[in-house]
Design a protein around this ligand. Sequence first.
Ligand SMILES: [Zn+2]
Length: 95
Amino acid sequence: MATVDVKCPLCESCKVVKFGTSPEGKQRYQCRNSACSKNTFLLEYTHKGYLPEIKQKIIEMTMNGSGIRDTSRVLGIGQNTVISELKKKNQKSKM
Ligand SMILES: [Zn+2]
């Protein structure tokens, strides 16, 4: 098995191998660090949610009436990421 130039989002180990694709056709990776509890992950999935432009898109889509499920599917991020972004935004606007 060849290792790829990807780091595990949890333990930051480079012992990561390609592990097929997700149902959406995205590359899935597996962490080979035996001490790490993160088994498989999607690179895009784990990184996209933290980009400022994605955060902006979450807000825009929500204001346009998109639900959390739609937003996460269209942007290719987790529903939890969408929810936590919206929570952060709500907290800010209340102050
Ligand atoms: Zn790991």
